[in-house]
Design a protein around this ligand. Structure first.
Ligand SMILES: *Cc1c(COP(=O)(O)O)cnc(C)c1O
Length: 356
């Protein structure tokens, strides 16, 4: 606390990211990074891009990257917005699209950055509890259930539950709320959920946010993007151009473009992650865990007889880190990122010794 701070600063409760430990040789299953490296073509493009042109500012419109995204998703250039990680894209969406007199509505168990942005940008919000089995109930997001929402936001699949809604359910929510923007955060969609992108031509109020941090293995490069109607994208552009003209640097744009274009590597790594997730969920089940069905690159699991914080601490002693959340509804769960098959084996063997 300092008397020099702007008044809003004292009231903030900043997001606490998963630990990025400096120790080597840890089995790091706590922040949903991809266990595979980035596309070799992206790495080659990055190496080649390190030259004298770095003295120049990047293209403020990131047109080459946006064109690659538009091609990949079969949409038009004015329907694509890019930023410095999807956290930044979301931050800009909070300012451009989600701040209204009526509250922004999102689930009680969800990406914990959402209430943080509400605090920073002064966005009124209300949380809607997930069902007993941690599903989003579509009816909670249809008019009539509650007073009208100013806007709606949720991840699909949701985090940290991993549970996904089918596209038809998303469409019901978007179609029933023509006066509210609906933002679907698809950070994990490539691991097994249906994307809402095919709906953006039909619904001017739908914004879909993606990241290269998870399924494209580029968390370190910091690139995310949003897809939606030209009207929504223009709103994002207006805020971005009032904040930072160059959020995507030259290297990030080049690496991200090459990663988006390497469809073969993307398919190979995402299917490997999905396969490993299914094997991990089955092994955890054998150890007595209840595992929520996951369409993401992590699982949320609870052991009926063991305290989750104690399990996380015991794993840490063996050099394995997983994520534990203090929110009371999920305080007895562990969120375990899907690592390589070998890392998941190490985790399962460690749990077996801890549980005896
Ligand atoms: C990881 C994650 C993000 C942020 O991704 P970045 O692009 O790395 O900023 C956004 N939303 C959810 C739900 C995530 O899990």
């Amino acid at each position: 606390m300092s008397r020099y701070w702007s008044p809003v600063v004292a009231g903030l409760s900043p997001y606490v990211p998963g630990e990025q430990p400096k120790l080597a040789n840890l089995v790091k299953l706590n922040t949903n990074e991809n266990p595979f490296g980035p596309s070799p073509k992206a790495l080659a493009a990055l190496r080649e891009a390190c030259d004298d042109t770095l003295r120049l500012y990047p293209d403020p419109g990131s047109d080459v990257l946006r064109q690659a995204i538009a091609r990949r998703f079969g949409i038009a250039l004015p329907q694509v917005f890019v930023g410095n990680g999807s956290d930044e894209v979301l931050a800009i969406a909070f300012q451009a699209l989600l701040k209204h007199d009526a509250p922004l509505r999102f689930p009680d168990i969800t990406y914990s950055f959402y209430p943080v942005y509400c605090g920073l940008y002064g966005v009124p919000y209300e949380v809607v509890p997930l069902t007993e089995d941690f599903r989003i109930d579509v009816r909670d997001y249809l008019p009539g259930a509650r007073s009208p929402a100013g806007a709606i936001l949720f991840p699909n699949p949701n985090a940290p539950t991993g549970r996904a809604l089918p596209r038809a359910d998303i469409e019901r929510i978007v179609a029933a709320n023509p006066d509210a923007v609906v933002v679907v955060d698809e950070a994990y969609v490539d691991f097994g959920a249906e994307s809402a992108v095919p709906l953006i031509d039909r619904y001017e109020n739908l914004l879909v946010v993606h990241t290269l941090s998870k399924s494209r293995s580029l968390a370190g490069l910091r690139v995310g993007f949003a897809m939606g109607s030209a009207a929504l994208i223009e709103g994002l552009e207006r805020v971005k151009n009032s904040f930072n003209s160059y959020p995507v640097d030259r290297l990030a744009a080049i690496g991200a473009t090459a990663a988006i274009e390497d469809e073969a590597y993307f398919e190979f790594t995402r299917s490997a992650v999905v396969q490993t997730r299914e094997a991990l969920a089955a092994s955890l089940g054998t150890l007595g865990f209840d595992v929520l069905p996951s369409a993401a690159n992590f699982v949320l699991a609870r052991h009926p007889a063991r305290d989750a914080a104690a399990l996380a601490a015991a794993l840490r002693e063996q050099g394995i880190i997983v994520r534990h959340f203090s929110h009371p509804r999920i305080a007895q769960f562990l969120r375990i990122s899907v690592g390589t098959a070998a890392e998941c084996d190490t985790l399962v063997r460690a749990l077996r010794t801890i549980l005896v």
